[in-house]
Every structure is written in structure tokens, then in C-alpha cells.
Design a protein around this ligand. Sequence first.
Ligand code: TYD
Ligand code: MG
Length: 457
Amino acid sequence: MAKSASRFVCQECGAVTLRWAGKCESCGGWNTIVEESKPQPLPRGLSGKGRPIDFVGLDGKSEPVARLVTGIEELDRVAGGGLVPGSVLLVGGDPGIGKSTLLLQASAALSASVPVAYISGEEAVDQVRLRARRLGLDKARVALASATALADIVASLDGPNGPKAVVIDSIQTVYADAVDSAPGTVAQVRTAAAELIRLAKRLGFVLFLVGHVTKEGMIAGPRVLEHMVDTVLYFEGDRGHQFRILRAVKNRFGATDEIGVFEMTDRGLAEVANPSALFLAERRGNVSGSCVFAGMEGTRPMLVEIQALVAPSSLAAPRRAVVGWDSARLSMVLAVLDARCGLALSGNDVYLNVAGGLRIGEPAADLAVAAALVSSAGGIPVPADMVVFGEIGLSGEVRAVAQADIRLKEAAKLGFAQALVPAGPRRNAGGSGSHAPALRRAGHVQDVLALIGVQTP
Ligand code: TYD
Ligand code: MG
């Protein structure tokens, strides 16, 4: 091969360099650069004569799309209320988290109404059948194949009577003969995805692509894959827990931030219609350091238990361990408690855990974290029938957060009688029902200490 026929491509970010290097200058990844042959020139010259395009107004008529509904409500909601024909969904997640299981269940559910093809490049037909039997889905009319050659896949899907939903598990195993690099490399993934996406758009079938994630938690292969598809879903969860969360991080046909909650059982993934009840199921009341946070995930309220443990430390640099929350945010809350309330925890180990394996990204959890910390430090339980939410500012002020009424409604539904909320403009939050939680308002973190009954010097 002539020297000029190859180039070096970073497998993480897709950056192209002329020389091999140990570290990618673009994304900083180590050992990610791989030699690939140059892509073929475009078949038609880019400089060819073009025709003027027709411009139209924004208010033109367009037909409302009829979405395909799987019947797995958690999945349909995350996709934006069903699957749009011709749309492409990329499903990423750690190995063994349950991507194949989810998509097999979705295929089986869809096969009741439309023809569905499930193409596995990772497992043999027998393996998939075995799983289908275990899930009780072996009677579903899903067309199953084990294939990895792009040309074969495209040839089988093309045609007027093709399937209306297709699962490719996974895109990293598909390879195109025309591309001169190993399966799973950027060039292969990009080519295979582009070809399949074009086919899906032309024939109008829903395409699910399973994508592996790297150690850093990004979908392996080029970031461009995320740009090429319509919807990016991450399937996440702690393998030690049975909860699985399907999260939309990009969606051209619906809201992002939407999540679906599943439970991995011995008979596959079960939908969790009421996650709050599940996340709180093992909570023990009247323990210091435990606090229920009324959070939001997308449009859904979700109550979770936040646990803190403050213990004397013998280390020069005490430990700070956080599971399920941002450690920088914990440091901030600790600093505010120290500087604004005189509650110094710098000589203590501090552990913070979001029970159930959920990951919270909301600043609205600040107040609940502060309450859990204060409660653990003082050895006084937060009232067991209280939910907490609010953001904390650096001067110790408690700030209002969005969707307070939805949070309070969920708390009322689960029988919580009190809520510690930011002292803001008074609104009839929580609805007018007689079960609405009684509001305890905090304008400053100091109020939290007073409410729990912790004295500081
Ligand atoms: P899988 O769907 O193969 O994960 P992925 O495709 O994301 O790699 O899920 C495999 C895991 O799920 C495996 O560890 C076993 C577990 N599992 C169950 O607990 N119950 C089930 O019914 C099935 C099918 C799998
Ligand atoms: Mg799999």
C-alpha cells in the first residue's frame, strides 16, 4: 500500500493526523490512534453542477407522524411517545447492563403489530433463542439472524416488504468490505452506521443501533455517531443493583432528560411504574444521616433516599466518598456548612450515597444532602415523614428550584406529611388536597440545622 493511501485516526474522537502518536492532540486520549486507509473519493465530484433548491415557509403542511408504540411504556416515553418511522436510535451502555435484553423485549413487543428483524453480531442464533425462551418470548414473530457483513444486512433489509423495525446488536460488530480496517474502528463504524441510517430513512423503518461504551462512559467509536442518529439513549445502572435507567441524552423527536426505569429480574426487564416506592422500599425511618430528596428526572418526579455518614477520621486528609452524586458539589455543601453555619467537618470522613444506585445530577439535591450531613454529624434523625429539596448558594442561601408542585404532589402520593422547601414566594404548591405536605421553609442552611436540632459552637 502506498504511504499516501493511509492516515491515522483517533478511535475516540475521530481526529485525523498525518503521523502516529501515542497521545491524541485533539481529545487527549492515549493509545487511541490507529492507522487506517484513506476513504475512497466521493463517487460524484463535489464540484458538479447543482440545481437551485426550492425554499419553503415554516408553516407548510406536514402530516403528523404515526408513531410505533412498543407497549413497553418506559421505553415509549423515553423515545418521546413511541418510535418515529425512519428514525434511528442509538442505545449505549456498559457490557452486561441489559441492552440486548431490552431490545429483544422491544422487538418481541413490536412484532405483534409490525414485522421486526433482530440482527445480532455478538451472539449466535442459539444464544438469542435461549434468551428469548427464558424471557418467554420464543413465540414472538421476530425475524432473527446472526450477521456482521454490512452488504448482507443491507441486501436482506432492502425491498418493499422489509421489516418496519430493525435492531443491530451491535454497530461495532458490523463491517463493510470496502473499508480497509478492522470492525469496531472509527472508519468501519461510521461507514456501517451511515449506510444503515440511509436505508432506514429511505425505507422508513425504525433502526435501533446498540453501541458499546468505553471506559470513560462514552459510546465507543466516533462522537459523530451521536450526531448521525436521531436519538441517543443510555442504558445505565449499577450492576450490583437491579434497577436500570434508560436515559435520553439526545432526542430529535422528544424531550431529553426523560428517563425510563426498569428492574432486571430473572425473567428479563420489568417496567417500574412507581420508581419512588421502589427506591424508598428499603428505607429505615429514624436513622440519622438519612434524608428523602424529592427529585425530578425529566418530567418525572422521583423520591430517593440520600444517606450521609460523618465519622471521625484519623487521616491527615480525611476521606470524601460519593456514590451517585457530584463530589465537587459535596465539597461545596461542606464548605458552606463550615463557613456559614460553623459546622466544621474537615476532621471527619464523609461518605455520601444515593440509595438504590441512582445518579442524581440536580443541584436541587443540595438541601437534602446538607440535611443528611447535618443529621449524621449531630446524630439526630431527619423526620421520617419529611421530603427535602432546594439549591444552596455559596452564601448559604437556599434557592428556589423548578417544578416544586410536581415534587410535592409525588411526596403527598407516597404519604409524606412534611416538606422542607426553599423560602420563596408563597404559592399554593402541592395542590389543594388535604394530603399536601405541610411546608417547612428554609431561607438559609442555618434553618436546616435549627429544624433538625443541631447546635453549632
Ligand atoms: P444483556 O442484555 O446481555 O446485556 P448487554 O447486551 O447490555 O451486554 O444482559 C445480560 C445480563 O442481564 C446478564 O448479566 C444476565 C442478566 N439477565 C437477567 O438477570 N435476567 C434475564 O432474564 C436476562 C435475559 C439477563
Ligand atoms: Mg448484548
